[in-house]
Design a protein around this ligand. Structure first.
Ligand SMILES: Nc1ncnc2c1ncn2[C@@H]1O[C@H](COP(=O)(O)OP(=O)(O)OP(=O)(O)O)[C@@H](O)[C@H]1O
Ligand SMILES: O=C(O)C1=C[C@@H](O)[C@@H](O)[C@H](O)C1
Ligand SMILES: [Mg+2]
Length: 171
């Protein structure tokens, strides 16, 4: 079972904080976006363009299920993975951290020229809508919520490492 599962929107820092946290905990990071891209032999962006979002979501649900079953370290999930009912059910069995980010910091982090397919056209507007739509879902699956606005990824990883150690010693 993973030590921790990271969820949150694009730009929350799941991949970046996940890598730092994994090294602090002495484990490895498994990122479902990377698993999907490696298996398909192309980027997540290209999968969206070539096969469409519905196909990506189906593949993603399987990738999440496999990562949760197989990986013992840190698992970071794609930003939209929590939309799947199957994933919401699976996450009940895990320690899940929601990396929260506001619109302004998320936009700064993903950059206006982002290659992220769901943000094409209007990065700020799309992020705002996605954050509003998904915040209740992230909250519902989270064991712990960590605010990341105005903080470095290293600072967030440090807080998480401490919080997880405390959580595991009180369980
Ligand atoms: N706390 C932070 N402070 C500043 N920059 C950050 C922070 N966390 C991540 N970043 C930067 O923001 C960008 C996006 O981070 P990252 O790719 O880790 O997000 P993500 O949550 O994995 O997004 P996605 O869902 O698109 O995979 C990266 O360039 C990263 O270096
Ligand atoms: O928030 C989302 O829906 C996404 C987030 C990324 O992690 C990728 O999985 C993809 O760009 C879609
Ligand atoms: Mg990522």
């Amino acid at each position: 079972m993973p030590a921790v599962v990271l969820v949150g929107p694009m730009g929350a820092g799941k991949s970046t904080v996940g890598a730092l946290l994994a090294s602090r905990l002495g484990v490895t990071l498994r990122d479902t976006d990377e698993d999907i891209a490696a298996a398909a032999g192309k980027s997540v962006q290209d999968i969206f363009v070539d096969e469409g979002e519905a196909h990506f979501r189906a593949v993603e649900a399987d990738a999440v299920s496999a990562a949760l079953a197989e990986h013992d370290g840190v698992v970071s999930l794609g930003g939209g993975s929590v939309l799947a009912d199957q994933t919401q059910v699976l996450l009940k069995e895990h320690t899940v951290v929601y990396l929260r980010v506001g619109v302004a910091d998320a936009v700064k982090r993903v950059g206006l020229g982002s290659g992220r397919p769901l943000l094409l056209g209007n990065v700020r507007g799309r992020i705002k809508t996605l954050l509003e739509e998904r915040a209740p879902i992230y909250e519902s699956v989270a064991t712990l919520i960590v605010d990341t606005d105005g903080r470095s990824a290293a600072d967030v990883a440090d807080e998480l490492a401490t919080a997880l150690t405390a959580l595991n010693t009180t369980e």
